[in-house]
Design a protein around this ligand. Structure first.
Ligand SMILES: Nc1nc2c(c(=O)[nH]1)N[C@H]1C(S)=C(S)[C@@H](COP(=O)(O)O)O[C@H]1N2
Ligand SMILES: [Mo]
Length: 344
């Protein structure tokens, strides 16, 4: 893993280790705002309160008795790629690896809220984890639109068939397929449906993205931005030969995803985007998952070749040449380039 922060430890996955459909748990990127305060698993209870007729406290055993469901979904930090923005943006300098694809298993948020008797006036699900910030730092209190979590949300207690690891939110975390990682509350302690969105720094100031592109380096005003939600279409290159021979076929591989829908195609260009060739998509796919891809190219002459990858989703979303610069460094999804040296 590549460590990008010391307090708390944030670590990203090296690109060349992201070659499997499911990212192994011990290679999955880790991000949290401060040192975790892990819940005591034996005593742990998930409180459900707010706009419900019967507030509940559910143990892990209670959750396991409810109907089990799974989703394969990408989890990506909104700040993945922040370190690639020019001009520089302050914050954790993620490159490409604050993303992974896993099979998340648990219970539907819908089922848990139905059990508590969800009332009609609720519009936002307030979420609370066990971690607490140092003094004078605002807490990581969040909320998600209820419509989204009633449709796709899962309270997950398993990751890739294993109990959810401590660093990924044990005993249970929220899964919000297709949406950025800031919605995926770890170490869940309390869920509270409310009429209004949660307030505070991590709702009103952080996690906002410009409604339309502006000038790189010029900060957007609050009214020009909206909360980060659906992950924009993006592909990353995981393996390629640094050196190859003219006339010999060589392979480039990667993954691509979009929070809006499935990946329709991935194209590779060797001439700075003038012409593109379709990559072969991997057999595994799922609405919120990433799709592996590979492409074989045969360089004709010795020299340097620069390869670009570009993903397109089933809603017509096309990965852009340039990402939308923003002062928080969110949603970097520019075409990635790699250089191959072609020998005679
Ligand atoms: N309780 C809690 N949950 C949290 C966070 C946090 O700081 N505290 N960070 C969020 C952010 S910003 C991201 S990107 C994901 C990262 O999840 P991971 O560490 O399992 O990869 O967790 C989210 N859930
Ligand atoms: Mo994040």
């Amino acid at each position: 893993m590549l460590q990008v922060n010391g307090y708390a430890v944030d670590a990203e996955t090296p690109l060349d280790l992201m070659t499997s459909y499911l990212t192994p748990n011990d290679l999955f990127f880790v991000r949290h705002h401060w040192i975790p305060q892990l819940p005591d698993k034996a005593a742990w209870k998930l409180a459900i309160d707010g706009e419900v007729s019967t507030p509940l406290e559910l143990t892990l055993a209670d959750l396991r008795r409810l109907p089990k469901t799974s989703v394969t979904s990408v989890l990506q930090c909104a700040g993945n790629g922040r370190g690639l923005f020019k001009p520089y943006v302050a914050g954790v300098q993620w490159q490409y690896g604050a993303v992974g694809n896993a099979r998340w298993t648990g219970v539907r948020v819908k089922d848990v809220l139905a059990k508590a008797g969800l009332k009609g006036g609720a519009k936002h699900l307030h979420t609370f984890g066990s971690d607490k910030p140092p003094e004078k730092v605002p807490p990581f209190h969040r909320s998600v639109e209820l419509d989204k979590v009633l449709e796709d949300g899962i309270i997950a207690y398993e990751m890739n068939g294993e109990p959810l690891p401590d660093l990924h939110g044990a005993p249970a975390r929220l899964i919000v397929p297709g949406w950025a990682g800031d919605h995926w509350m770890k170490w869940l302690m309390r869920l509270s449906p409310q009429p209004e969105a949660q307030k505070g720094f991590y709702m009103d100031v952080a996690y906002r993205f410009p409604n339309k592109p502006g000038e790189p380096g010029v900060a957007f005003k609050p009214e020009e931005m909206s909360p980060v939600k659906v992950l924009p279409v993006k592909s990353s290159i995981t393996t390629f030969p640094e050196k190859t021979k003219a006339g010999a076929p060589a392979a480039i591989t990667g993954f691509a995803f979009s929070g809006a829908g499935e990946i329709a195609k991935v194209d590779v260009s060797g001439d700075d985007g003038a012409t593109w060739k379709a990559a072969v998509l991997g057999k595994d796919h799922d609405r919120f998952a990433w799709r592996l891809w590979s492409h074989t190219f045969t360089p004709r002459a010795p020299g340097k070749v620069r390869l670009l990858a570009r993903a397109t989703d089933s809603h017509g979303g096309v990965q852009p040449r340039e990402a939308v610069w923003n002062q928080s460094g969110y949603f970097h999804n520019a075409w990635q380039a790699v250089e191959v040296e072609v020998m005679a």
